[in-house]
Write a protein that binds this ligand. Sequence first.
Ligand SMILES: CC(C)(COP(=O)(O)OP(=O)(O)OC[C@H]1O[C@@H](n2cnc3c(N)ncnc32)[C@H](O)[C@@H]1OP(=O)(O)O)[C@@H](O)C(=O)NCCC(=O)NCCS
Length: 145
Amino acid sequence: MYFKIKEPASKEEFKRYYHLRWKLLRAPWNQAEGSEVDDIEDQCFHIMAVDDKNEVIGIARLQFNSTTEAQVRYMAVTESYERQGIGRELIKAVERRAKESSHEYIVLDAREPAVGFYQKLGYTVIEKSYLLFDEIQHYRMTKNL
Ligand SMILES: CC(C)(COP(=O)(O)OP(=O)(O)OC[C@H]1O[C@@H](n2cnc3c(N)ncnc32)[C@H](O)[C@@H]1OP(=O)(O)O)[C@@H](O)C(=O)NCCC(=O)NCCS
């Protein structure tokens, strides 16, 4: 299966990138379109996967919490493309980016069903974190780079 990892660049690409974020991570919980965007997007690193038709099929964001700590948020892969290595490549890209700016470790809050995915990629659970939309339990995980 063909896919390519790239940074969204044009306004149009960002629009499609945010749309997938909303569709996969917000719409299933009846959250309005627009609620997927926060106020630090312009300070973050954005990465996406596209298919052979240039459709966005995977997304992730890296934010910089301090000079040493970076955080992965808003990561998801279109359901029909799961388990084909896209998530792994998105994580590789954010880790590469975090290392480039000498960040020492990554933290993230994984949804319960995704904990096994991050463990495969070397992340360990530190603690149970928050409950999103009253039902999605998250676990704080970390990895030293
Ligand atoms: C979690 C998610 C991002 C993983 O992406 P993906 O493209 O399916 O993952 P990959 O195919 O790159 O998987 C990499 C490895 O992790 C494993 N893996 C993937 N999902 C897994 C899961 N839920 N539990 C355990 N292992 C998993 C894969 O089998 C693969 O291992 P292998 O190389 O030994 O075969 C994706 O399933 C998803 O978007 N889920 C719904 C939204 C979500 O939960 N997002 C994360 C919010 S924190």
